[in-house]
Design a protein around this ligand. Structure first.
Ligand code: PMP
Length: 430
């Protein structure tokens, strides 16, 4: 792998096209993937792994699902891009709107970053206000205004925001702690009438999995309504992963705008933002708020998204829950048996094993997790053929292709790995 990484580094900054892939948080050399099938993938040297990253969320149907592959093959032979409307765009948009009650129209884009950027622009354009509120530890892609106290790779790298973002722009973003209604109230009392939108992940996945409390989200909904502030749920990660109607279905709370990504592209580049017609119709060409994309609504991505959503019936979510609950239980037991304190946060098929002996409910409690122990655990699991996210502050994902066999093999590996990472475990002595 080292030679592949060295070669990559000659031509690609850091050898990767997204920072977390570089393994900086856990050390060592990244695994180069070569092929995948179901819950597993093979690396460039032919070694097989059980995959709990699933391309960071999109692969809820597993790698190379036969229905997705067949649709892609058919579409590739029909043409990969037209730059004009196609029926498959409407077909995917209809599926999203049917499942998500507050969504009457969706506009497709190519990445989650584009979705959140466009949703914020729409909120600003529609309200005529410039200031926005984001929530600590939530990551919304690398949008300038949103790369302020964000999670995911930004946190892994310890970059407070990023050079290159003008202070003038960052100063329009107010940051409040997650799950803290009082802090939000305080900002809104001061600046409420200048604020265009509040954007948050209803179930944060980018400081590790940290669900918002239902009470908190209800308060956020109430306050935003009172002040005419657009509430944006970033469901790029949670959308169609945690529930048929996304996290908002789970909490029964309707935001004004929702950002989608990952699952709706089934492993191809597709994302979207959507909401009520009165808001969405302010986007060009019907409205004045401009947003566009050469490859937006790309037919290959639409086909992969349609096949993926069609696999996600009620039975699918039940299967995901059963597998994920049994994985959680197995990991909890393995950690307990090895006397390693962990806190496992899980919502459906996304979860994080925090190396922390206390509840993790916001960024501060997440940040106190033992990242050294996490890194050791990661490598012990990797060497046993289990590929986990290479950072403490990311979610692991279970797919429909994972089953009892994968859970059993993961539990076997975890029993050994936890024993080796506990203080006084053989790795420490060695
Ligand atoms: N929002 C959330 C909640 C995400 O998890 C991510 C990516 N992990 C994004 C936005 C950005 O999406 P993308 O990487 O496709 O730009």
């Amino acid at each position: 792998m080292q030679n592949l990484f060295d070669e990559a580094k000659r031509f690609i900054p850091g050898g990767v096209n997204s920072p977390v892939r570089a393994f900086r948080a856990v050390g060592g050399t990244p695994v180069f993937a070569a092929s995948g099938e179901g819950a597993r993938f093979r690396d460039a040297e032919g070694r097989e792994y059980i995959d709990y990253v699933g391309s960071w969320g999109p692969l809820i149907a597993g790698h190379a699902h036969p229905k997705v592959v067949a649709a892609l093959q058919e579409q590739a032979s029909l043409g990969t891009s037209f730059g004009m409307p196609t029926e498959v765009e409407t077909a995917l948009a209809r599926r999203i709107c049917e499942r998500v009650p507050g969504c009457e129209r969706v506009r497709f884009v190519s990445s989650g970053t584009e979705a959140t950027m466009s949703a914020v622009r729409l909120a600003r354009g529609a309200t005529g206000r410039d200031e926005i509120v984001k929530v600590e530890g939530c990551y919304h892609g690398h949008v300038d205004s949103l790369l302020v106290q964000a999670g995911s790779g930004v946190m892994t790298l310890g970059i407070p925001g990023s050079p290159g973002i003008p202070n003038a722009l960052a100063s329009l973003t107010h940051v409040v702690p997650f799950n803290d209604a009082a802090a939000l109230k305080h900002v809104l009392q001061e600046r409420g009438e200048q604020i265009a939108c509040i954007i948050l992940e209803p179930i944060a996945g980018n400081m590790g999995v940290v669900p918002a409390s239902a009470k908190y989200l209800k308060t956020v909904r109430k306050l935003t309504k009172e002040l005419g502030i657009v509430l944006i749920f970033d469901e790029v990660m949670t959308g169609f992963r945690v529930h048929r109607s996304c996290a908002q279905g789970l909490y029964d709370i309707q935001p004004d705008l929702t950002c989608f990504g990952k699952v709706i592209g089934g492993g191809l580049p597709a994302a979207a933002y959507g909401g009520k017609a009165e808001l969405m119709d302010q986007v060009a060409p019907d409205g004045l708020i401009y947003q566009a994309g050469t490859l937006s609504g790309n037919p290959l991505a639409m086909r992969a998204g349609i096949e993926t959503l069609d696999l996600l019936d009620d039975g699918a979510y039940e299967r995901l829950e059963v597998t994920s609950a049994s994985l959680e239980q197995a990991l909890q037991q393995a950690a307990h048996d090895a006397d390693v304190p962990v806190t496992i946060n899980r919502v459906g098929s996304m979860m994080t094993v925090f190396f922390a002996a206390w509840p993790v409910k916001d960024l501060d409690s997440a940040m106190t997790a033992d990242t050294t122990r996490h890194a050791k655990f990661f490598h012990e699991m990797l060497s046993r053929g289990v590929y986990l996210p290479p950072s403490q502050f990311e979610a692991l994902f279970v797919s429909l292709a994972h089953g009892e066999e994968e859970v059993r093999a993961t539990a076997d590996a975890a029993r050994e790995a936890f024993r080796l990472v506990k203080p006084g475990g053989s790795r420490d002595r060695g």
